[in-house]
Write a protein that binds this ligand. Sequence first.
Ligand SMILES: O=C(O)CCC(=O)C(=O)O
Length: 263
Amino acid sequence: MVFAYIALACYEREFAMTPEEKFVFDLEGYFVIKDVLMADEVAELNQIIDKHNKQADSHGGRPSSWGEPFKKLIDHPRIFSCLVELLGPYVRLDHDYAIFMDQSDSRGGLHGGPDVVGDHWYKYRDGVMRNGLSVMAYALSDVDVGSGGFTCIPGSQKTNFLNYVPKEVRQFKRDAHYVVQPAIKAGDVLFFTEALIHGTKPWTASHQRRSLLYKYSPGHSAWNINYYDLESYGELTERQRRMLQPPSIGRRPRVDENLEVSI
Ligand SMILES: O=C(O)CCC(=O)C(=O)O
């Protein structure tokens, strides 16, 4: 087990954020991590959703509790180093839900932004980036430019004029050059800070949009009022156990070290 952890740590180090990814995230407030899931893994998740008729949003409960392949996404090796880099070594999973959209479905307009609620923030100091509530959104179907879905104002995590975004732009009634709807492939993960102004453009593609949103907070804070019931998850790794803890400062173990368990 100790060896397994050392091997995992070495493997994950390979996925540390590159200087270019850090540059892009600091500049734009989001970035796409390519090919986190292979085609067969995406297919497996979609099959479970179809077979068990899993529902989105609050009707469907938490995807992290939909079975082992979904539980693995909490701290998938490809995203883990980014989480520690951007939310710190006490990062916790705050809540998770799915968004499924069929053609013509719409949801809310642009929202979020720096300091809108206490938990939406982005800070940089001395080479270190930190965020409040932030999202790893796993795409389970392709999103082309123009299909709709996740939309944002790149760089707005640092805006000083949050309330100056016109209402008609926020509601997608008028296009603006500074509003972007990025393309994402099934298996990619889009990371964004909730300090970014973002929202959901109506879905125009004929296939269903499927996105799993795993939302993380620094260890000392919470956005959601409901904490995870660890007992309902069956077997968890020590790292997952730490990441599902309710928020605290005192007696909080780091998620990235001293994970050895007896052999
Ligand atoms: O992925 C999306 O459609 C946007 C999600 C969103 O608005 C949010 O996480 O607050």
